[in-house]
Design a protein around this ligand. Sequence first.
Ligand SMILES: Nc1ncnc2c1ncn2[C@@H]1O[C@H](COP(=O)(O)OP(=O)(O)OP(=O)(O)O)[C@@H](O)[C@H]1O
Length: 243
Amino acid sequence: MSDLPSDLLRVDGLGRRYGDLAALDGVDLRVAPGDRLGLIGPNGAGKSTLLNLIAGSLRPTAGRIRFDGRDVTRLGPARRARLGVGRTHQHPAVWSSLPALDNVLVAGRRPWGRLRAGGRERARELLAEVGLAGVERTAAGALSHGQRRQLELAMALAGEPRLLLLDEPAAGLAPPEVELLASLLAALPRTVAILLVEHHLDLVYGFADRITVLHSGRHVHTGTVPETRSSPEVAAAYAGVAP
Ligand SMILES: Nc1ncnc2c1ncn2[C@@H]1O[C@H](COP(=O)(O)OP(=O)(O)OP(=O)(O)O)[C@@H](O)[C@H]1O
């Protein structure tokens, strides 16, 4: 794949094995600043594995990851977060006993625990941006599942990421909540590139500029939404599987 100087994220030949199983097998990926990339594929395709490898919570058994021109393959998740890689999880990771506002404040701390200048005001703004104005003082554990997803998005944004990895943000949401999520994602600034892993294909098709499809750990397609919808390789990857 060509080496574009504008790449924010560059993944080359990335692989992860579990014994005989190749959860991910020689995958290349490019993400430019401000890009909206959807990552889809049937169950077990390797989507979460790829996301966890990029976030640094999982180590590859092959390949290389560069972020903003720097080789981060051997850096842990905290170092990558400080460089600008943010993420959300399949199961929202929030501090249940802390109020929503404090969750955002803590998530946005500078290294060594210092709060950002204007942090409290910014945290309130972020909560409002994700549709959580009015629940600043509510303990995260008392929020609904959908609200905890919104909170985790605000927490990820508090770290001012340049790349945001979203791991199935629509999982467990009711249809009106998915609509809200779609509008929240559409409103995110282009200062952050987004990699969206999701089974909810309408959400991905409405959001992404480009879509990458994995199947059995391998890259099978990258293209625009119309190209993806009409791709025979994508249809084959999903054959016999309800997408
Ligand atoms: N810790 C592990 N040990 C063994 N196998 C694993 C482990 N984690 C993932 N796998 C396997 O790796 C493959 C890819 O899993 P992964 O979770 O990345 O797929 P996915 O595309 O995210 O699937 P889903 O859409 O169901 O979340 C699967 O076959 C899975 O069973």
